[in-house]
Design a protein around this ligand. Structure first.
Ligand SMILES: Cc1cc2nc3c(=O)[nH]c(=O)nc-3n(C[C@H](O)[C@H](O)[C@H](O)COP(=O)(O)OP(=O)(O)OC[C@H]3O[C@@H](n4cnc5c(N)ncnc54)[C@H](O)[C@@H]3O)c2cc1C
Length: 269
């Protein structure tokens, strides 16, 4: 990227968004960037980090209102402390609440969108407005935000539960992930969405591509839908390996795999 902006508070964040729009500078918001592969040439223009500037979390009865910049881990810890159940299956997903809502992050049979009642979002030059979850076209790993919209806060409806049981359920989710996924290694999580009938990992496994390497990028031996960064992979290595996998699965299984991660930025010269 050309400029990285980590604004200290909400007012400064919004002023930066307005300034960039007025000056015609391309910009995008990222949470922790855990679902993006940034090409070697970087992102054109400015990247705004949704962090502490869009923070805070509170409850009103069974509704939780969370700033988009807080981490999903922080939200889950809050829910456990408050005895609010529903998000336990999301334990271990890195990134922010905003990133989770935009990607409709999920695992273990649940997705954040199932609990979403509304978001508060704004667009450059416009004031903040609530958008009901039903208007967001929420689907599998997908939320249709209005173009240019930046998520400020999200509201989630949860159920009352016992804090200790909620913590235990979160721990079980984490344990299962550590057994089945290369959690200790650098990756962007699952590369491809699961096609309707067969998980992407199983399709890739059947082609025998586990362990296949391009430069420092390797198809994980533990979970074939993960590409791990071993020995300094470049984004270009990862992109080339994605194409190797996609081509083999197309040729052998007749399935066109769709990316779950987002590839952004300019190619390296
Ligand atoms: C090891 C690992 C495991 C993972 N496991 C899972 C899993 O089990 N399930 C799953 O669904 N995903 C998983 N992921 C993917 C990723 O963690 C999730 O998609 C996560 O919710 C993304 O959050 P983020 O803050 O990093 O978003 P980012 O990657 O920063 O952004 C994702 C998208 O949202 C947009 N965005 C982010 N914040 C805002 C905002 N405030 N307003 C508007 N747009 C915004 C960005 O522009 C981008 O388009 C995993 C990733 C890794 C690395």
């Amino acid at each position: 990227m050309d400029v990285l902006i980590d604004a200290p508070d909400e007012r400064a964040f919004k002023e930066c968004v307005a300034y960039l729009a007025d000056e015609g500078v391309p910009s995008r918001v990222l949470g922790r960037g855990t679902n993006v592969l940034v090409r070697g040439g970087g992102i054109e223009g400015a990247v705004l980090i949704a962090g502490d500037a869009l923070g805070g979390v509170e409850r009103d009865a069974n509704t939780v209102s969370a700033g988009s910049g807080i981490s999903l881990a922080r939200l889950l810890s809050f829910c456990a402390d408050e005895g609010l159940s529903g998000l336990e299956g999301l334990a271990g997903i890195p990134g922010t609440v905003g990133g989770a809502v935009v990607t409709n992050a999920g695992s273990h049979g649940t997705a954040i969108g199932e609990h979403l009642t509304e978001i508060v979002a704004f667009e450059p030059g416009k004031s903040s407005a609530a958008i009901a979850a039903g208007q967001l076209g929420i689907g599998y790993r997908h939320t249709a935000l209005p173009p240019g919209a930046i998520v400020e806060r999200v509201r989630l409806e949860l159920e009352e539960g016992d804090p200790e049981k909620i913590r235990e359920s979160q721990r079980e989710t984490l344990d299962r992930k550590w057994r089945a996924q290369p959690c200790g290694m650098r990756s962007a999580g699952c590369i491809f969405k699961n096609p309707p009938d067969v998980p992407a990992g199983l399709l890739i496994d059947r082609t025998g591509l586990k362990g296949t390497r391009v430069g420092g990028a390797v198809v994980s031996d533990l979970h074939a839908n993960f590409i791990v960064n071993d020995r300094g992979a470049t984004a270009d290595d990862v992109e080339k390996l994605i194409e190797v996998v996609r081509t083999k699965v197309r040729e052998e299984a007749g399935v066109e795999l769709e990316l779950e991660i987002e590839i952004v930025g300019r190619r390296a010269n």
